[in-house]
Design a protein around this ligand. Structure first.
Ligand code: FES
Length: 187
């Protein structure tokens, strides 16, 4: 069943129109973000929608979607918490932050969704902000020098419907909103 409704298809056309005629396939990344913003992750049906829009195969779209960790091919919570456990972060306590993230959210290890549907915790590779280690991303925005206590506080605020201030930039309200921003459809 199609994921994109009439309004989403109009947004998809806007995205594809950003690219020169004949080069619409370059729109694959923002189209995947669009699909992700609708369902909260990229489903098989979503992959089919993108393939149909671009006149390519589902396998080709899946090859791109499965390469980038920003695309979630599994059910994902309202908020995605990415904890960097790479070297610089691991040296200053990232594993304790990772465990605190699971404990506070109730999300099981392995990237599944917490029972309340609110959180997924993902172990991430270097987020290119090693000077601010340990780094945590919530819905794709960075939080610097996060301690286990700060991790619990961030989760508590999200649970209360607040949007914790990131280290820089503006935080999206949730994972779907973040995907919509990355599709270039919102500021
Ligand atoms: S190792 Fe964590 S941001 Fe680089």
């Amino acid at each position: 069943m199609a994921v994109l409704g009439a309004e989403d298809r109009a947004r998809a056309a806007e995205i594809m129109a950003r690219y020169p005629k004949g080069r619409e396939r370059a729109a694959i990344i923002p189209l995947l973000y669009l699909v992700q913003s609708v369902e909260g992750h990229v489903t098989r049906d979503g992959l089919r929608d993108v393939a149909e829009l671009l006149g390519t195969t589902t396998a080709e779209v899946e090859a791109v979607a499965s390469f980038y960790t920003m695309f979630r091919l599994r059910p994902t919570g309202t908020h995605l918490v990415n904890v960097c456990t790479n070297l610089s972060c691991a040296l200053v306590g990232a594993w304790d932050v990772f465990e605190a993230a699971h404990d506070a959210t109730g999300a099981p290890h392995g990237g599944d969704v917490s029972d309340d549907g609110m959180f997924t915790v993902h172990e991430e590779e270097c987020l290119a902000a090693c000077d601010a280690a340990p780094v945590v991303q919530v819905d794709f925005v960075n939080h610097d020098k996060v301690s286990p206590e700060r991790m619990r506080e961030i989760v508590e605020r999200l649970r209360n419907g607040e949007v914790p201030e990131p280290a820089r930039g503006i935080a999206p309200t949730d994972f779907k909103h973040a995907s919509r921003i990355l599709a270039g459809l919102e500021e």
